[in-house]
Design a protein around this ligand. Structure first.
Ligand SMILES: [Zn+2]
Length: 203
């Protein structure tokens, strides 16, 4: 079973309450937080609901609590849903000066496993994620040395794409090639290039 998520009682950025969970109605003993909209939740019910929203390709997390037949619907902050921080890079373009350039958001996940899941999910759904009709791409923000090591494979990746060879670049910088029923792995771009030359340039 996956590790159940619990709140850290020492977390002073959250307000803890003794009420039942207002998303699921559960009232077993558990540390619950009061969200900014005023409703009490457990980490598991937040996770379940946000996962469902993401599955529906919704990126704004709103409270699903039903009170007297009315859905709360208030937007939660990223912090409340276990993102430590989310911020934009660069100025916010106004509607009439939208130059079609992509906007970059950096998101810090509270849990490493969430980051991993988001990256994988982003890769699988790469061409199908939209927010208000604009495409969204999710990719990991590598540190400078990892990014450099990965970038060293760019030529190779272009070559492989041209030859329609299946490959993937694994973390941190391992090129995996599926070729002729074999899995080959290269941690060095030069070795990969030699293999490529042997197979494709001698034709
Ligand atoms: Zn609410």
């Amino acid at each position: 079973m996956a590790q159940e998520r619990c709140y850290d009682p020492r977390d002073t950025t959250l307000k803890f309450v003794n009420r039942k969970d207002e998303i699921t109605g559960d009232d077993y003993e558990s540390l619950r937080a009061e969200m900014s909209c005023g409703h009490a939740v457990t980490p598991e019910s937040v996770k379940g609901w946000c996962t469902e929203l993401l599955r529906r390709k919704q990126f704004i997390f709103t409270c699903p609590a039903e009170i007297n037949g009315m859905t709360c619907g208030k937007e939660w902050t990223y912090h409340e849903v276990f993102l430590d921080r989310a911020h934009r890079i660069g100025p916010k373009p106004s509607d009439n000066q939208d130059n079609g350039k992509p906007r970059v958001f950096i998101v810090y996940f509270h849990y490493y496993t969430d980051k991993e899941r988001a990256s994988r999910w982003g890769a699988v759904n790469r061409h199908q994620l939209f927010h208000q009709e604009r495409k969204i791409y999710i990719f990991p923000d590598y540190n400078a040395s990892t990014a450099k090591r990965r970038a060293a494979f760019s030529n190779m990746r272009r070559n492989l794409r041209k030859k329609e060879v299946q490959f993937s670049l694994r973390f941190p910088a391992l090129l995996r090639i599926d070729f002729g029923g074999k899995n080959l792995q290269f941690d060095c771009p030069n070795k990969a290039q030699r293999w490529f030359d042997d197979h494709f340039l001698s034709e």
